[in-house]
Design a protein around this ligand. Structure first.
Ligand code: F6R
Length: 246
């Protein structure tokens, strides 16, 4: 059975996701097991990160025992570049909750050999024991991470070309559209599916078609998020607009 929760607002969806992450971290601590969070960037998780910071500030949770692995990073941007996902994570979560670089992992987009860097990232992830809870957003074209349509469902961390629609969607963050990166290193779909638990969060009407395809559509490479139908522990946290075509 598909585990879908629909909230009246994006804010309520974000609180739900933040509370799930808080509870997951608490259960890792209670059971003395390692907690490895898989994290996403983009607009959707921003209110989640805001709520997590509030919980830490209020003393309701701690990231002391947490290790993180991000889904992806642009190729060609150094980790200090303001539009890198390294910088996004530092400014929207890591610095405020005391997660220092030794416990956070992102692919290095400025590596001399991006293919070798992708292989290193996949190996590091496997050696760690794997992601215990993965947070995902979804692209309008159904991408998860930067696994664009056509990505095999057993793909691993690798260098990918971004779809034109993804480059256009990301252009809002860059002063000059010519500076939007064309390639990224992303966890593969197979990498994502190894996570013990997955939460996919989607908000807004622009995600309604992608959500319908992911949950109701056939499981095939043309629709990367449909691969999640094959995973036993996926929770879909949506607002009414994203859920409007289910
Ligand atoms: C981000 C990522 C992407 C985004 C997706 C949705 O790390 O991997 O798959 O989750 O592009 O982006 P937003 O949330 O900006 O609509």
């Amino acid at each position: 059975m598909v585990d879908v929760t629909v909230h009246d607002s994006a804010e309520a969806a974000a609180i739900d996701v933040a509370e799930s992450i808080r509870d997951h971290v608490a259960s890792c601590v209670a059971n003395a097991t390692a907690c490895r969070l898989g994290l996403a960037t983009g607009g959707t998780p921003l209110p989640v990160y805001r709520h997590l910071i509030e919980m830490v500030t209020a003393g309701k949770m701690s990231f002391h025992d947490v290790v993180t692995f991000n889904l992806d990073e642009y190729i060609g941007l150094t980790s200090s570049h303001p539009h890198s996902y390294h910088a996004y994570m530092r400014s929207h979560l890591f610095d405020a909750v005391g997660l220092d670089a030794s416990r956070t992992h992102l692919p290095l987009g400025s590596a001399d050999d991006p293919d070798a860097e992708a292989a290193r990232y996949e190996s590091t992830l496997i050696a760690s024991g794997g992601v215990t809870m993965q947070l995902l957003g979804i692209g309008r074209n159904g991408h998860i991470g930067f696994n664009e349509p056509g990505s095999e469902h057993d793909s691993v961390t690798r260098v990918v070309d971004l779809a034109d629609s993804t480059i256009a969607a990301n252009a809002r963050y860059f002063d000059d559209p010519a500076n939007v990166p064309r390639q990224a290193i992303t966890m593969g779909i197979g990498t994502i599916l190894r996570s013990h638990e997955i939460i996919l969060m989607a908000t807004g009407a622009s995600k309604a078609d992608a959500i319908r395809g992911a949950i109701r559509g056939p499981v095939e490479p043309s629709n990367p998020a449909s691969s999640l139908q094959t995973h036993a522990h996926v929770r879909w946290v949506l607002d009414t607009e994203a859920a409007s075509k289910l």
